[in-house]
Design a protein around this ligand. Structure first.
Ligand code: HEC
Length: 697
C-alpha cells in the first residue's frame, strides 16, 4: 500500500514532464526561478536571468558543429517594421513585442501563433505625441503575467496564458513629451518601468514601480531634482540639487532611464542606468556648471521602497548625450586574487567600467574606443579627466565617441567561461557646436524638442578605418582580447554560450557565429534584411534553438543614418527565425536592397519660402522618415512617395490620421499652409537629392 501511494505522485510528475501543456503555467516563476543559471529550457528575463549576462550554459550547438546550423522554423511578420526586441521563452512559449507594441505568443518549437495582443499604441498617441519611437526592446515575465511598456506611456499586465489585459497603468500623461521603448523589469512582486524623452522637450526623468497584482503605484524615483521651491521628494533629491546651478528645472534636467534596469537578487538591489541631460548643452541646463546628479549614472535603489542607496556617475555634468543607460551586467570576478561582485557597464562615453556593486565604487575603467573628451578615469576620485575644449566651451569640438555611443542599447553579453564581455562597439566622431545658439534664452518646446547644441559631420574615430566592431573585452585585465571590424555601424546585440560561441546579427543582414575565445568567424548566413535584435537560445525536447527577430530598426533606421543599406520601409519581410542543428526549413528569398527613386515632376514649381518653412516643420517627421527626407527603413521615404503630391491623400495621412494604427501620428493642428510647406520641402529634397543619388547607384 505504502508503495502504491508513493508511486502515484511520481507518475503524475512524469505526465506533466512528458506532456507540458502550452499556455497553462505549471509553476510559479519568481525571483529564484529567474535567477537560476542552470535553467536552459527557458529565457525568462531580458538578459536571460536576473544577472543580465545573456550567457547560456547550452553547448549542443558549439564551435565544432555550428557550421551545420539550419533554419528550423520561421514566422513572417508582414505588419512589422523595426524589430529590436529580445523574446522571452517560458514553458515552451515564446513571447515577443513587435511594431507599435503588438505582443505575440508563439509555440517556441514551431513558431505557431498562440495569441496576439494589440495595445493600440498608435491610436493612444493620436495627435499628442509626435516624437519618439514606436519600437520596443522587450517584455518582462513574472508569476504568470507578462508586462510591457507602450509608446504612449502605459505599463500593461497581460495574463500570459490568454494574452488578456489584467491591468493598465498610465506612467506619464499624454501631454508629457516622453515615450517608452524599454522593457519593464519585474521582481519581488513589483514591476518597474522608466521612460525616454530628453530630446523631446523639457524632460525630468523618473522610474516608477507598480504592484504586479493591482497595477497600483508602489514607489517613484526622480532621476534629477525639481524646483527646490516645491520641496524635495527625498534626501537624494536634496543632495542632487546641490550639483545643479541656475534654473535647471525649467529645462527639465533629463536623466530619463530608458534602458538599463537590473535587479540583483543576491544583494537585493535595483540598479538603474540613467540618461543624459535635457537639454544636452550644460551651459543652458546648468549655466554655472556642476555634476548634475543623477545624470549619466548607475543609481542603486532599495527595490522595495525606491530609496536611494548609492550612485556612480560615469559622465559628470554631461554635455554630449553620453548617457549611462546601457546594459548593467552582474558578474562574479576575481581581481588581484579578490572575489568581486561586479557590475560590467559600457556606456556611450567609451569607457568600460567594472564597479563594485556593494559600494558603487569603480574598481577599474579603461577606454574601449577612442575617447577624445577624457584622457582617463582617475580611480581615486572616480572622475574622468577631461580634455580642455571637448565641452565646446571655446568653440566647436570634434569628439569621439558620438551620441550614437561607443556602445548603444544593442545588448552586450558576458561569458563566465571565456571571462570575456562581447560589446557591439561603434567607432565614430562628431562635431559639437552651440555657435548661433543663445544659451541664456534657448528653450526646448514640448514635442518639438531640441538639444541646445548641434552634432554634425559624423566620421570615423581617430585612427580607425571602420565605423564599428564586435569587441571581446576582458573586464579583469581591462583590455581588448579580440575585435572583428565591421563596415556598417548599428549592429545588433550579442548572445554567448558555453559552446564557445558568440552570435551577432549585423546591420547588413548577416547573422554570424564567432568562436568566443578568438573571434574567428565560424558561421555566416545572409538573412537579406538588416538585423537589430539580439538572439536568444533555449532547449526543448532535446533540441537547442537559436532564435531572433529580423527587421532593421531603432533610431538609426528612423533618422535615416543607414539609408545606404537599402532596407526601405515595407520592402523586405520582417521575420522571427529559429535555427537548430536539426532544422530543415527554407527561408523564402528576400528582395534585393531597395533604394527608393525620388519623384520629381518637372512641372512642380518649388516655392523656396514654403520649402524653408517646411524644412523647420519636417523636424517633426525626421525622427521616423529620416533626416533631410532620406529614410532609413522605419517609415516610407517621402521623396519617393506619391502621397505628398496628392493634396487630399496627404491631408488624410498627415492631418486626419488615416495611418495612426501603423505608427504614423496625426498632426491634426496643422494648417493648409503647414501641409503645403511640407509638400514644397519634400519636393525640394526630391529634386536636390535625385541626380547625385541616382548616379551613385
Ligand atoms: C513616429 C514615426 C513617424 C513620424 C514622427 C511621422 N511619420 Fe509619417 N509615417 C510613419 C509610418 C510608420 C508610416 C507608414 C504607415 C503605413 O505603413 O501605412 C508613415 C507614413 C507616412 C506617409 C504615407 C507615405 C506612403 O507612401 O505610404 C506620409 C505622407 C507621411 N507619413 C508623412 C509624414 C509627415 C509629413 C510627418 C511629419 C509632419 C510624419 N509623417 C511623421 C511614421 C511616422
Amino acid at each position: 500500500m505504502t508503495q502504491r501511494l508513493s508511486l502515484a505522485p511520481i507518475a503524475f510528475l512524469a505526465i506533466t514532464i512528458l506532456a507540458p501543456s502550452l499556455l497553462s503555467q505549471q509553476r510559479v516563476i519568481d525571483d529564484s526561478v529567474i535567477s537560476e543559471r542552470s535553467n536552459t529550457a527557458e529565457w525568462l528575463a531580458y538578459g536571460r536571468t536576473h544577472s543580465e549576462q545573456r550567457f547560456s550554459p547550452l553547448r549542443d550547438i558549439n564551435d565544432t558543429n555550428v557550421t551545420n546550423l539550419k533554419v528550423d522554423w520561421y514566422l513572417d511578420l508582414p505588419q512589422d517594421s523595426g524589430l529590436v526586441a529580445t523574446p522571452l521563452v517560458v514553458e515552451g512559449v515564446l513571447y515577443f513585442v513587435g511594431q507599435v507594441n503588438v505582443i505575440r505568443a508563439v509555440n517556441a518549437t514551431t513558431g505557431t501563433l498562440l495569441w496576439e495582443y494589440d495595445p493600440k499604441s498608435g491610436e493612444a498617441i493620436g495627435t499628442k505625441q509626435k516624437t519618439g519611437w514606436f519600437h520596443n526592446r522587450g517584455l518582462s515575465f513574472y508569476k504568470g503575467k507578462l508586462f510591457a511598456g507602450t509608446w504612449d506611456g502605459r505599463l500593461i499586465a497581460l495574463d500570459a496564458t490568454k494574452g488578456e489585459l489584467l491591468w493598465s497603468a498610465r506612467t506619464f500623461g499624454l501631454d508629457e513629451a516622453l515615450y517608452i521603448t524599454g522593457a519593464p523589469k519585474a521582481f519581488k512582486d513589483k514591476v518597474v518601468i522608466g521612460n525616454g524623452g530628453t530630446e523631446n522637450g523639457p524632460s525630468r526623468g523618473f522610474i516608477t514601480a507598480y504592484d504586479i497584482e493591482t497595477g497600483k503605484e508602489a514607489w517613484k524615483f526622480y532621476i534629477v531634482p525639481g524646483n527646490p521651491a516645491d520641496g524635495f521628494e527625498n534626501k537624494a533629491m536634496e543632495m542632487a540639487a546641490k550639483t545643479w546651478t541656475g534654473e535647471w528645472w525649467k529645462h527639465g534636467g533629463g536623466g530619463n532611464p530608458w534602458h538599463g534596469l537590473t535587479y540583483d537578487a543576491e544583494l537585493d538591489t535595483l540598479y538603474v542606468g540613467t540618461g543624459n541631460g535635457s537639454p544636452w548643452n550644460r551651459k543652458i541646463r546648468s549655466p554655472e556648471g556642476g555634476d548634475n546628479l543623477f545624470l549619466s549614472s548607475i543609481v542603486a535603489l532599495d527595490p522595495d521602497t525606491g530609496e536611494y542607496q548609492w550612485h556612480y556617475q560615469t559622465t559628470p555634468g554631461e554635455s554630449w548625450d553620453f548617457n549611462s543607460s546601457m546594459d548593467i551586467i552582474l558578474a562574479d570576478l576575481t581581481i588581484k586574487g579578490e572575489p568581486i561582485k561586479a557590475i560590467l557597464h559600457a556606456p556611450k562615453n567609451g569607457f568600460f567600467y567594472v564597479i563594485d556593486r556593494r559600494t558603487g565604487k569603480p574598481i577599474s575603467a579603461e577606454p574601449f574606443v577612442a575617447t577624445t573628451w577624457a584622457s582617463h578615469i582617475d580611480l581615486t576620485t572616480g572622475r574622468p579627466v577631461e580634455i580642455p575644449g571637448a565641452r565646446y566651451e571655446t568653440g566647436s569640438a570634434r569628439v569621439s565617441p558620438t551620441p550614437a555611443g561607443a556602445h548603444n542599447w544593442h545588448a552586450m553579453s558576458y561569458n563566465p567561461i571565456t571571462k570575456l564581455t562581447y560589446i557591439p562597439s561603434i567607432h565614430m566622431s562628431v562635431t559639437y557646436t552651440d555657435a548661433g545658439i543663445d544659451t541664456k534664452t534657448w528653450r526646448s518646446v514640448p514635442f518639438q524638442g531640441g538639444m541646445g547644441v548641434s552634432n554634425k559631420r559624423y566620421g570615423p574615430e581617430p585612427g580607425k578605418a571602420y565605423p564599428a566592431s564586435l569587441q571581446a573585452w576582458d573586464p579583469v585585465k581591462q583590455q581588448l582580447a579580440w575585435a572583428v571590424p565591421q563596415d556598417n555601424y548599428w549592429n545588433a546585440g550579442t548572445l554567448t554560450t558555453a559552446g564557445n560561441l558568440v552570435f551577432q546579427g549585423h546591420a547588413n543582414g548577416h547573422f554570424l557565429a564567432y568562436e568566443a575565445e578568438t573571434g574567428k568567424t565560424l558561421w555566416d548566413t545572409d538573412l537579406g534584411l538588416g538585423i537589430s535584435a539580439p538572439p536568444i537560445t533555449y532547449k526543448i525536447n532535446g533540441r537547442q534553438y537559436v532564435t531572433l527577430l529580423v527587421g532593421f530598426g531603432g533610431s538609426v533606421a528612423g533618422l535615416g543614418g543607414a539609408g545606404e543599406l537599402g532596407w526601405s520601409y515595407g520592402i523586405h519581410m520582417r521575420r522571427l527565425i529559429a535555427f537548430s542543428l536539426e532544422g530543415n526549413a527554407t527561408l523564402p528569398k528576400q528582395p534585393a536592397p531597395f533604394f527608393p527613386n525620388p519623384i520629381d515632376p518637372p512641372d512642380f514649381k518649388i516655392n523656396p519660402d514654403l520649402a524653408r518653412a517646411g524644412s523647420q516643420l519636417y523636424e517633426l517627421c525626421g525622427y521616423c522618415h529620416g533626416g533631410g527626407a532620406r529614410a532609413g527603413g522605419m517609415a516610407p521615404d517621402l521623396r519617393a512617395s506619391p502621397i505628398p503630391l496628392a493634396d487630399a491623400l496627404f491631408d488624410d495621412v498627415v492631418r486626419k490620421g488615416s495611418r495612426i494604427s501603423r505608427g504614423m501620428p496625426s498632426f491634426a493642428n496643422f494648417s493648409d499652409q503647414h501641409l503645403s510647406a511640407l509638400q514644397h520641402y519634400i519636393r525640394s529634397r526630391a529634386r536636390s537629392t535625385k541626380p547625385a543619388e541616382a548616379s551613385a547607384r
